[in-house]
Design a protein around this ligand. Sequence first.
Ligand SMILES: CC(C)(COP(=O)(O)OP(=O)(O)OC[C@H]1O[C@@H](n2cnc3c(N)ncnc32)[C@H](O)[C@@H]1OP(=O)(O)O)[C@@H](O)C(=O)NCCC(=O)NCCS
Length: 201
Amino acid sequence: MKKYMSSKKSFKLKIRKLLNKFIKTPEEYIQMKLPVVKITKRFEETLRNKVEHNVLGAEIREANSEDVESILNVYDQAWHSTTMPFVPITRKRLLSLLKNSAHIILIAKVDEIDSAFAIIYVTGDDKDIGVIGILAVDPEFQHRGLGTILGIAIWDYFIKMGVKELRCRVYFDNTASYTFLRRLGFEEDHEKETHKYVYAF
Ligand SMILES: CC(C)(COP(=O)(O)OP(=O)(O)OC[C@H]1O[C@@H](n2cnc3c(N)ncnc32)[C@H](O)[C@@H]1OP(=O)(O)O)[C@@H](O)C(=O)NCCC(=O)NCCS
């Protein structure tokens, strides 16, 4: 873990974790939304062209119970590359998500290594809201287009499911993630009523 973090970042993370034990601020997350009508073929092609030369041959698949270790490893590495509060996912919780057909976990493999994953699900009274619960890229592969490739796969999955709007949330000082989501087309969602559909794991 340490090889990915400067001592300044590591110190900032320790302080953040300490503060999180005492401060509960629900507004720490920015809610984001993306109406499916905004995902045009042209938009998708533009994004694909931007990243495809970077991460060649990323394979995306649906995870199963044999993928637990890969997922936990990417989650741990990716989360520790940010200042977000680290909330570990237990093996038990992950296995139950994998068994639960309401949740889908997509994994991206590059050069035979599982390097990114996303936990997604459909919700809402009309089952037309697609939520990205977690999206994480191994720090070794960050900023090389892998998150975008996974993001496009998530779009495709939700569009096939008949979803009308995508939602997710981003930690307030996670600039990389915020910029990433904006580039995927997400906008800030200020309608508090709709925030109930997005929850953390
Ligand atoms: C946020 C995250 C998923 C992005 O995935 P990624 O593979 O690194 O992103 P991409 O390479 O596809 O980048 C696409 C765009 O996102 C933005 N971006 C990505 N990393 C960035 C960084 N470190 N700083 C600023 N912008 C960044 C850029 O606009 C980039 O476009 P560019 O390459 O033309 O500059 C990844 O960095 C990550 O896993 N972070 C840790 C976990 C996390 O924060 N998850 C987010 C939960 S929503």
